[in-house]
Design a protein around this ligand. Structure first.
Ligand code: SF4
Length: 174
């Protein structure tokens, strides 16, 4: 079982080691996610991102040394680390400091049938409208391929080109 925790600078630091210990005690995989600009209250700032490297430092200082897990899937969002004493695994989702967009193979379908080719997509493909309009499998497959082909190079959070999508994380899913 994996437990995800978004980590925010100035808020989450005291909880990192207790969460790591809790996960070790209960044989869970704790995964820490860098804070991304998808929050409903629009309070994201780059300065509030607690970076994965800092979280690793806190865990190593508070619990013990960690090393990268062998055989990791390059398309997986988390970089996994293992406690060198064999006490379990921890994942780092370094979406901001180390984007993994180049190997991302994800698309998302919202509850109302909109296909998004990235968490930060500004455009969506309306699969529900196709289905309700009587589109056949090949038409839907063509729409899916077009969406995937239009996938961006990356999310651009770290550049001045970044545009925050209107849709928030809770209405995207995942
Ligand atoms: S391409 Fe989009 S969905 Fe994929 S890792 Fe990058 S930001 Fe996330």
């Amino acid at each position: 079982m994996k437990v995800n925790a978004v980590s925010i600078r100035g808020l989450s630091e005291p909880d990192i080691v207790p969460l790591g210990q809790f996960a070790r005690e209960h044989r869970l995989e704790m995964r820490f996610i860098e804070y991304m600009p998808l929050d409903a209250v629009d309070r994201w700032e780059r300065g509030k991102v607690l970076f994965a490297a800092e979280i690793l430092d806190l865990l190593e200082a508070g619990i013990g040394p960690l090393g990268p897990s062998p055989g990791q899937d390059p398309a997986a969002p988390a970089l996994d680390y293992e406690y060198l004493d064999g006490g379990g695994r921890v994942g780092m989702i370094a979406s901001v400091s180390r984007p993994f967009c180049a190997s991302c193979n994800r698309v998302r379908l919202t509850a109302e049938g909109k296909l998004r080719n990235c968490l930060f997509s500004l455009e969506e493909t309306d699969i529900r409208a196709l289905l309700r309009g009587g589109a056949g499998d090949s038409e839907i497959a063509t729409a899916l391929r077009a969406s995937v082909a239009a996938k961006w190079e990356g999310h651009e959070i770290n550049t001045a080109r970044f545009i925050k999508p209107e849709r928030l994380m809770h209405s995207i899913g995942g």
